[in-house]
Design a protein around this ligand. Structure first.
Ligand code: ADP
Ligand code: ASP
Ligand code: MG
Length: 408
């Protein structure tokens, strides 16, 4: 069966008019003889509103109950879209994640798909129905509802594409595709016609929310090609795939992640085992640490700083104090929330010596102080003041000539 997989994001389904437009788009493809499997997100802001509402009732709701609540956002849009398709006279069925056979582990809010049993989907498709699946959710072995982390509908779509053997997964969103930087922050950002899986992975990990990181990992693993495009225009969009002869560009894009906090543990003794003890404590509290820096600034005393996601900042600070108590109460813990991670991404970074100095020089000229630096083969990231992040993005975008990138 030639299954055509599409995913529609929240803005594409924001109101009745848009729902009908999506229904029409799906039907057009169906009329071309395709078996249509369509994944939908919750409508615009629904997930945020549900989270805020939950927090008004309980400051730390249990992850299980939060998943029960959040999954309703996608159920609302999938059933309404089914009604829109029905109203146009086509056979359609909406399914939750569980009904679609998406089995996950029981890590609520961040569940991983462990198995997909696509039998029900395939049966419905064989009967000629358009199948609509609520994204972002699955079911545990105990039958509880889980969600797959923010942006999880992308993950659902790619996982289902892999499960039904589709070569492509079309991702419809509110921008024309993947740009050299967030077009809502950098007006000069250029649409990229093609990006490799590795570049997209890095862009996504470093904050380009246009695709969830897990969806890109799955696409790479299963060889599913992604086509990111606008739900509102006929622009060609961006293809995410292994590109053989893609011209090697130095820097492919710039990204920002403001959902981080910097934690500093100041005044700890300079002796073996301190970093080990600290990060062991953090790991035991389930905190995942990103960048780490240690300053050797006074005799026998060190400061260790690291970044975590804002959600983990409270637990991280707690873990640091626990550790300090365990070594006799020396030192103190500081938390800074108004920081952002700004990154440049591109396969060409590996072989070029000038990239780092251009980056540092550009930030210096803009009077932006760098608090931390980390590099890998394919990216350079810096931690700076959150208030200067948008300016840094725009300056770097210009400095690496992304304003005039050759579309490849
Ligand atoms: P959807 O609801 O369709 O899943 P998202 O809000 O999750 O939409 O993702 C689309 C948004 O991603 C865009 O509106 C844009 O602000 C943001 N974005 C961040 N970085 C990029 C980038 N490099 N290219 C395109 N969009 C980006
Ligand atoms: N509604 C979920 C979220 O906002 C999933 C998604 O949109 O992909 O994270
Ligand atoms: Mg999204």
């Amino acid at each position: 069966m030639d299954v055509h997989v599409q995913k529609y994001g929240g803005t594409s389904l924001a109101d009745d008019k848009r729902l009908r437009e999506v229904a029409t788009r799906v039907i057009e493809r169906k009329e071309q003889g395709k078996s249509m499997l369509v994944v939908v997100s919750a409508m615009n802001h629904t997930t945020e509103d549900l989270i805020a509402r939950a927090r008004r009732i309980h400051s730390h709701p249990s992850p299980r109950e939060l998943d029960m609540l959040l999954s309703t956002g996608e159920q609302m849009s999938v059933s309404l879209l089914a009604m829109a398709v029905e109203s146009l006279g086509y056979e359609v069925i909406s399914l939750t994640g569980g009904m679609s056979g998406i089995h996950t582990d029981n890590r609520h809010k961040q569940a991983r798909i462990i198995r997909i049993d696509a039998a029900r989907i395939l049966r419905e498709l064989e009967q000629g129905r358009i199948v609509l699946v609520a994204g972002f959710q699955g079911i545990t072995p105990d039958g509880d509802i889980t969600t797959l982390g923010r942006g999880g509908s992308d993950t659902t779509a790619v996982a289902l594409a892999a499960a039904v053997g589709a070569a492509w997964c079309e991702v419809y969103t509110d921008v024309d595709g993947v740009y050299t930087g967030d077009p809502n922050i950098i007006p000069e950002a250029q649409l990229l016609r093609a990006v490799t899986y590795d570049e997209m992975l890095e862009l996504s990990r470093l904050g380009a929310g246009v695709l969830s990181t897990r969806s890109v990992e799955l696409a790479k693993e299963h060889g599913v090609k992604l086509h990111v495009r606008s739900a509102f225009s006929a622009q060609p969009g961006t293809k995410v795939m292994e590109v053989e002869a893609m011209e090697e560009v130095l820097v492919r894009g710039v990204t920002m992640d403001a959902n981080i906090a910097r934690i500093s543990v100041a005044g700890v003794p300079d002796r073996p085992g301190i970093a080990f003890g600290l990060f062991k404590q953090l790991a035991s509290e389930g905190v995942s640490v990103d960048m780490i820096i240690q300053n050797l600034n006074r005799a026998q005393v060190n400061d260790i700083s690291f970044t975590v996601s804002k959600d983990d900042a409270g637990s991280a600070v707690q873990a640091c104090w626990t550790f300090l108590e365990s070594i006799g109460g020396h030192g103190m813990v500081l938390q800074k929330d108004d920081v952002a991670k700004v990154s440049i991404v591109g396969t060409g970074i590996t072989n070029s010596t000038g990239v780092a100095s251009t980056l540092f020089g550009t930030l210096y000229e803009a009077g932006i102080n760098i608090e931390m630096i980390s590099t890998s083969e394919i990216k350079i990231s810096v931690i700076i003041d959150a208030g200067q992040a948008d300016e840094a993005l725009r300056k770097l975008h210009g400095a690496f000539s992304l304003d005039s990138v050759e579309l490849s």
